[in-house]
Design a protein around this ligand. Sequence first.
Ligand code: GLN
Ligand code: ZN
Length: 774
Amino acid sequence: MSSQQKTHNLGYPRIGERRELKKATEAYWQGKLSQDELKAVGKQLRQTNWEKQRDAGIDLIPCNDFSFYDQMLDMSCLLGNIPERFQGEHSNDTFDLQFKIARGVQETKDKSSPCSPSGFASEMTKWFDTNYHFIVPEFTKESTFQVLSTKVFDEFAEAKALGINAKPVLIGPLTYLTLGKVQDAKNPDFNRFELIDKLLPVYETVLARLAEEGAEWVQIDEPVLALDLSNEQRAILKESYARLANASGAAKLIVASYFGELRENLADFLALPVDGLHFDADRGYAEIDSVLANFPKDKILSLGVVDGRNIWINDFSRSLQILNKATTTVGPESLWVAPSCSLLHTPITLKNEPKLDTELTSWLAFANEKLDEIASLRNLLVDSDSNQDKLAKNISAHQSHSNSKRIHNPEVAQRLAAVKDPDYERDSTFAARQKAQQEKLDLPLFPTTTIGSFPQTKAVRSARARFKKGELNAEQYDQFLKEETKRCVEFQDNIGIDMPVHGEFERNDMVEFFGEQLDGFTFTKNGWVQSYGSRYVKPPVIFGDVSRPSAMTTYWSEYAQSLTKRPMKGMLTGPITILQWSFVRNDQPRELTTRQIALAIRDEVADLERIGIAAIQIDEPAIREGLPLRRSDWAAYLDWAVKAFRLSSCCVRDDTQIHTHMCYSEFNDIIDSIAALDADVITIETSRSNMELLDAFVGFQYPNEIGPGIYDIHSPRIPGIQEMEKLMHKASALLPIRNLWVNPDCGLKTRNWAEVEPALRNMVACAESLRENA
Ligand code: GLN
Ligand code: ZN
């Protein structure tokens, strides 16, 4: 057995097949579950997950991949890196502390209580290019570290008690420092990498203790190896692993890289003085030969051939080719078969998807199916006569996939081939369009609008749920939505919003709503993936060529326009956002899928114009998050992303106004691409940054119209007239006032009417006062 290839897993989804973790955590936060009860749910989930992996035939099973909130936050707790505002007398118990750091603590009346320090939550940001978000570690010049939480030791012991010698997973020191942020008022320019000497002793202690407790392997994740690194970071990498390898005693270390090619970091990675290296053979496919050619003789190679980021079945023939080659190079005893990264990013099982038909299911693999693939691949490696049923099934699924009419639609291909350069261009320059739009729309200076959605109240959500369950028939539901829309349009008319919207009451989600009406999409029933903390998402699945069988939004836009004389803004989601927030095909480039979506949106834009809608907003909040991990890959992405947007929008007359909207975005380094979208109006989020996000537009001398958000919709606070005016004065000093719009930061769907009504009244009053003084 010991001379055979082993099976290896890097991490398993923690949320539970039935979202048990979410339900228990939220119940705990609401005081409906005790701490012991919540901990018991966690323990049960870990046991289930470990046993599942063992039964699937995985040799190296991870622990400490579980988390009640986030694995980076767990690292901060392990390393004792607690932001000062949360350091109270009782901060040694990191269990409640983790939730306080993640969610913030409201100012309490009782300032004397040491148990409840007040403080704003730590920042949250995207984990590389996934849709998972982690809690950003905070550093100061005075940061100190010491082993604080015992979670990793407890989980290791827990697995051991179940007879599993698990492999603890830690986030490595370079990744930990790189992804953190200096929050030091006294030393804002402090270089956080200087903390490495204070940090490493804690890692050394942790490793020594894990070794003492009997850990055979410890996995240390360094996904930053897929990023552009400075010389300083590279030096830290070298120094860290020289020291950690020394400190780990009997425990062997495997360093895991994933999420991308290693490029100029590859040599340093291969030279790390550890016992094993994990390589992402999916994203790093182009480097496999180079990895094998230079792989050190004395190390284990864990090859991540099964894609941990997507939901498609593995290509056994291709993987076996790679794995056989690797076996020849490193020897069977030194090769582990693995997923490309942790399975955290995939849904758990296909077993709970009764609505997906057998053909579609045969093309898919969620976490459990991926474990099975890993075991089958290893078995096929060890004995090429074994698992023939699995191999045959895999090959036939690929055959049916490549021939399926459900996937390949010749009409879509023909249409794409017929796209010509002028299809990416408006008829006239922005200056000419602005004139034509002004004549047609006749808007005042500082026109007011909103971003699209209005409160999704309990009544709205319950009507939708009842309609889905069949308790409301189509006619009743339609009537309900019409009443909601009417009330919303009348409200906007009454308070004097210049460009109203219909309110989006018919939409559950800005991507799902479109996906449900487009060909080439499907939806799961239980395919949840953690986005952050207790928030999970169920991304649509784009499995085939995308096309639009019929109009998607004209019904509601036409109805809403019939209720008012003011120009109703049509509301669409852009192609890049639809792509980014879905599971996408891996049998064609993302760019091509995006262009297919763009054509579908283009048809919708044309239909809206045809029924008399004079302004159409195409939301693209996800443009920035689609940026590749490497700077040198940005230009190519931005080029096709901009083209996709233009393809979706450049079919209208000069006097039809195209809007776009982007939230939570930093624009500085992509401003030329934002300008290249050539939307007539862009609305952005700026209120929380006190208009700082506008700087990019100012520096660039952005020529088109722009609505810098002045109402922070993330907060229940109702902004006052004067504070909004102040923000607009700031904007007016920076940009030509005839280009400025007055609007909130983002859609209002998470707010309630009691907040929205006064806030929007104030916003209109703000615009009126600006006009008087202009
Ligand atoms: N039109 C969408 C809304 O108002 C935009 C949401 C977004 O940008 N995230 O909800
Ligand atoms: Zn937004």
